[in-house]
Design a protein around this ligand. Sequence first.
Ligand code: F6R
Length: 364
Amino acid sequence: EKGNYRHFMQKEIFEQPTVVAQTLRSYLRPIEQQVALPQLDFDISKINRVTIVACGTSYYAGMVAKYWFEQFARTPVDIDYASEFRYRAPVLEPGGLALFISQSGETADTLAALRHCKAEGQTIAVLVNVPTSSMAREADLLLPTHAGPEIGVASTKAFSCQLAVLAALAAHFAVRKGRMTHDEEAEVVKHLMEAPAALNAALAHDDEMAAMAPLIAPARDVLYIGRGPDFPLALEGALKLKEISYIHAEGYAAGEMKHGPIALIDEAVPVIVLAPSGPLFEKTVSNMQEVRARGGKIVLISDREGLDEAGEGCMAKIEMPRVHPLIAPLVYAVPVQLLAYHVAVSKGTDVDQPRNLAKSVTVE
Ligand code: F6R
């Protein structure tokens, strides 16, 4: 069932324009320019706090969502790893929405955290890719992604579909709370509708990513940096690379570099910089220049404007389409996935079944 693809992961990366469009179809009403959610049997406008709990890549999707909930709905958001959350003493006030994000819907820690929140009287929202999963069955609000079965152990298409639903959810929530006007909602709908084409444009750079992989493959360590909603993408990029290529990688908020990690920089450490044009571009680029001044080899991932402005002296430049900052995290997922994929292929690792990992972590 891999068709013309060499690995499931590669196929799943390339499916993203289609499955994101498919997912968005059930959350957007393009004609009315509205976000649509499944019928709710609770009043979402009364929710005063959101607690997001997840693991791994799903956790990073939740981190992106925190920016959106805060920006659109001005609602406080807590986020934690399920394995930490369940053994803390989290303060869950009445009127809270607990949101669990999981591709499989079976991750043991996330499921246990869900049951804890349920017992504490939180409203339970579940964002899963497997609609028949354990988590789905326990939801007050079930938000399915329509990514189709994800076979590769490293999550790719489930992540971009999670982001698409989370953007729609945050906007819907903001509208219902009276924090977003219809015109603003229409803008969100418009930008989300642009995501599938932008994902296609990002995928068109596959050959460049493949050509660059041999530059990264010999590295012992790789750093990823980004800011704002693209900071979680730096974490996701690093996770993908470690998982399938076994290269040590870390993601950092770009502004944190000078607080420690910059000490690691020398000519042997490639630094992947995620810097879409937008309000944070200049800030990220100034952190990138600090890295370059210390001999770091930079791979700059940005759009044409960004590469023209800041690309000089970089080891490699990867051009993304110019997109609205809202959809940048979806679009920039593609190059970090492709980079990990091609580095793993050039190292000859088992891309779809990396060592020591299971697709669904149903034990603690
Ligand atoms: C990373 C990856 C894992 C999962 C994590 C949570 O590529 O696949 O980090 O994201 O195990 O799994 P789900 O989303 O099924 O709860």
